[in-house]
Design a binder for this molecule. Sequence first.
Ligand code: HEM
Length: 145
Amino acid sequence: MEILQTLHSYLAYVVLAILFLAVANAFAGWLGNKMFTMGKDLRLSLFALILSHIQLVIGLILFFVSANGLKAIQALGMGGLNSAARLLAVEHPFTNIVAIALITIGWSRHKKFMEGKKKFKSIAIFYGLGLVLILSRIPWGQWFN
Ligand code: HEM
């Protein structure tokens, strides 16, 4: 499934960029005591949520079909994976599932609040944590090669 890997690899740029924008916007809104608008603020956070979920679905399929995902674990055993193989098959998928769960929680929580400051804070903290987790387990070496 070459095409899925290519898609996952290009979408990664878009997801990271929009997550970064959403987090920066949320911190600016939170710390600057701004109004949470249905135009820019809601749309930016929603786009980041949707794109992360699309990336999650593609990633999950990749995990099952790619030679570098589940198949690598089955072939070599957990203990047989070197650190690069473990990053692709275990750490990256697991960490990103957790990260996207956090992003989803941030989105759901923001809806419960009326006050703009609290909405921004929920998104800033949960999307921010998600982004940090994602960045911590990107297979950089493989991505740029
Ligand atoms: C926002 C979330 C994510 C980002 C930014 C991301 C980004 C990336 C990048 C840049 C690569 C390397 C692509 C390349 O070789 O050019 C990759 C590979 C991979 N990702 Fe993700 N990913 C995300 C989420 C996930 C999730 C949730 C899963 C699985 C549950 C997953 C599973 C995989 C697998 C299995 C590979 C290795 C594919 C292969 O080498 O055949 N990813 N990802």
